[in-house]
Design a protein around this ligand. Structure first.
Ligand SMILES: *Cc1c(COP(=O)(O)O)cnc(C)c1O
Length: 485
């Protein structure tokens, strides 16, 4: 092929006119800053318009489009119909609200486009710094290992793989066939569903997840746990892991982790703690008692994107035994060997500690956020959310038409509208209707759960934008809607 012919056809995805894209970039930044600054003025929920949904049924693009036209479509059809967990009255599921500085950090990371897996470069060191800080925050030893990952779901699976490896090193090569008697794993009936999914995915099977009953505070019954382990051993099963909850998703219950640690030691089991959001109050000295034992776990998962308010996605798994962690995931691969010098030198690759090879630079937004705010700010915000939960619980208890449905040990408040003289089914339907109208009218966005078959409006407060008055709005509007129905 002639060089000239190649040259005239040579292409790149970089702009031909950098200043035009630069201008568009500034417009985007202005728009997004305005959007974040004014989020309180908009409804918490807006159903996607028909035109917006139609805009996502277009043919696969064959020819180039102008970037500003593409952006206009985003602005018109996507941005207005956000999930909107950035809103001050968003308390659905457990979702954090992100920050404007985090948005900027994500832009920097995306511009660098680093693949943080291996090699001698600074992004690797930033992740190591974040992991070291994470260990300190959670009271884990400096020698522990860890990994940043998309969310607590994947963090939990990563930890369970190491727990499985601890149970039997042959599983890695020979599969579960290497184990005599089925492996069993224990956690309370309030354990998050992602743990069960993990148990299914790593071949243990969810039937072998023993759901231990809870007490009236939704904490695991340690006596029942002990009984189930002993019974399983006698029946030829192979118990290998206990999963403790630091903050259950339904009510924020914190299991007696210290006691779980003792049971695990007694039977030589792995203790994993799912602390997706509830491990974060470990930053507060007043939680030293409640979270006692967290620091004794063999592994721990927690999210930065929930109660540390970091922009999605950002979570962390910590493993006490770094050798075991590495052994569970590492394998010698020719094209990934570490060299003495050059790009391929440097620290042990993160690909040796989890399933992902290509990994984004999530460490940057965490690192920048931790520096921007300092633990002082996080402590104040976490306490603020905890106080808001207590305030909401009081508002509910002071309102005769509302009923508090569970204790409030943390930042989750479950309650319902109850005018009296209704069956459980009627109350369930009524409260579902109240919740849907609350969303549709764009007022507030709690979510729901069932506690003992009873439908609850569930408010999970991991929101740095909420104010006390927002909870007054919530309560007043629920009563108004309830009366109207
Ligand atoms: C949210 C949550 C998870 C799952 O975390 P993701 O970050 O959504 O993957 C697991 N456990 C608990 C207790 C949670 O609240």
């Amino acid at each position: 092929m002639k060089k000239e012919a190649v040259l005239t056809a040579e292409r790149t995805l970089d702009p031909t006119n950098w200043s035009t894209l630069n201008e568009l970039g500034h417009r985007m930044l202005d728009d997004l800053f305005y959007y974040l600054e004014t989020t309180r003025q908009r409804p918490v929920y807006t159903r996607p318009a028909a035109a917006a949904i139609e805009s996502m049924q277009q043919p696969l693009p064959q020819v180039p489009q102008n970037p500003s036209a593409v952006y206009d479509e985003f602005f018109k059809h996507i941005l207005p119909f956000n999930t909107n967990n950035i809103h001050p009255r968003f308390w659905a599921w457990v979702q954090g609200g992100g920050t404007p500085f985090g948005m900027l950090a994500d832009m920097l990371a995306s511009g660098m486009n680093a693949n943080v897996s291996l090699g001698d470069s600074m992004p690797m060191h930033v992740e190591k710094q974040v992991l070291d800080w994470s260990k300190e925050m959670m009271g884990f030893p400096e020698t522990a290992s860890g990994l940043l990952i998309s969310g607590a779901s994947l963090a939990n699976i990563t930890a369970l793989v190491v727990a499985r490896h601890n149970a039997n090193r042959d599983i890695k090569t020979k599969g579960l066939q290497a184990v005599k008697g089925p492996l069993t794993i224990y956690g309370s009936s309030e354990t998050h569903n992602c743990v069960l999914k993990g148990v299914e995915v790593i071949g243990i099977g969810s039937d072998n997840f023993r759901k231990v009953p809870v007490d009236e505070d939704y904490r695991i019954r340690v006596d029942e746990l002990k009984r189930m382990i002993v019974e399983d051993i006698a029946a030829g099963y192979h118990p290998f892991c206990i999963v403790g909850n630091a903050g259950t998703v339904n009510t924020g219950a914190i299991d007696p982790l210290h006691e779980l640690s003792a049971v695990a030691k007694e039977h030589n089991l792995w203790l994993h703690v799912d602390g997706a959001f509830g491990a974060v109050p470990n930053l507060l000295p007043e939680f030293a008692g409640t979270l006692k034992g967290l620091e004794l776990a063999d592994s721990l998962s927690f999210d930065f994107h929930k109660w540390m308010y970091v922009n999605y996605e950002a979570a962390c798994v910590l493993i006490r035994d770094p050798q075991l962690h590495r052994e569970a995931f590492a394998s010698a691969v020719n094209y990934l060997m570490v060299h003495e010098r050059g790009l391929s030198a440097g620290m042990d690759g993160y690909n040796n500690y989890g399933m992902e090879l290509s990994r984004g630079f999530k460490a940057l937004k965490i690192w920048m956020s931790l520096k921007q705010n300092g633990l002082e700010t996080y402590r104040a915000l976490i306490r603020q959310n905890l106080q808001q939960a207590q305030y909401l619980a009081e508002l509910v208890q002071n309102e005769p038409l509302l009923e508090l449905m569970a204790p409030v040990p943390l930042n989750i408040v479950c309650f319902r509208y109850n005018p009296g003289n209704q069956t459980m089914q009627e109350l369930n339907n009524l409260n579902k209707e109240v919740l849907m109208q609350l969303h549709e009218q764009g007022i507030a966005a709690p979510s729901y759960t069932l506690l003992n078959g009873q439908y609850c409006i569930r408010t999970a407060i991991t929101n740095h934008r909420s104010r006390l008055e927002d909870f007054e709005v919530l309560v007043n509007e629920i009563v108004r809607i309830g009366k109207e129905i």
